[in-house]
Write a protein that binds this ligand. Structure first.
Ligand code: AR6
Length: 176
């Protein structure tokens, strides 16, 4: 499924983000940037040790922020590591922090001249954010960024399951 915002496209697909050939792929990292399971583990495994070497130098990133490294041997040019919120009950700034994770990543991409970017569904795995709510925050944040900023041609969401793809597609349809 696809949608247009100004001159940019948002597209949704099911797949493995490590195989994406967009200029940037986004990692759902933790605040110490020390790697882990889920998409973080997959990106470091597929991209090789250069990515972790740069993460160690950077040292950390707060929830809602983003940092950029090499993509090692991945097809993408860069990996943007963002840190989503750990979901508690929805009353601990989770939505604001999740929106900020998307904004910070997009801003970093624009600052580095990167024109296409792929996101996973940040915070909805180990961090426990309900997918339907997270999809709404994520897509609203991207639509709002693309409405206000030039520089990004394509934002892809690469969802790991058919169920997540269906959820994101339903929300995107509602919002556009
Ligand atoms: N491609 C695309 N999506 C994937 C992939 C992949 N290769 N692998 C998993 N997903 P999670 P979080 C999906 O847990 O909730 C890590 O240990 C997954 O199905 O990766 O932000 C970090 O180090 C889910 O839909 O990230 C942190 O400690 C989504 O990616 C913590 O987990 C996010 O799940 C971050 O937790």
């Amino acid at each position: 499924m696809e949608a247009k915002v100004n001159n940019s496209r948002i597209s949704l697909a099911r797949g493995d983000i490590t195989e994406e050939a967009t200029d940037a792929i986004v990692n759902a990292a933790n605040s110490r940037l020390i790697g882990g399971g889920g998409v973080d583990g997959a990106i470091h495994r597929a991209g090789g040790p250069e990515i972790m070497a740069e993460c160690r130098k950077i040292g950390g990133c707060p929830a809602g922020g983003a940092v950029i490294t090499t993509a090692g041997r991945l097809k993408a040019k860069k990996v943007i590591h963002t840190v989503g919120p750990i979901y508690k009950d929805g009353k601990h700034q989770e939505a604001e922090l999740l929106a900020s994770a998307y904004f910070s990543s997009l801003k970093l991409a624009v600052d580095h001249g990167l024109k296409s970017i792929s996101f996973p569904s940040i915070s909805t795995g180990a961090y426990g954010y309900p997918v339907e709510d997270a999809a709404e925050v994520a897509l609203k944040a991207v639509i709002s960024f693309l409405s206000a900023n030039k520089g990004i041609d394509l934002v892809r969401f690469v969802l790991f399951s058919d169920a997540d793809l269906k959820t994101y597609a339903g929300v995107l349809k509602k919002l556009t």
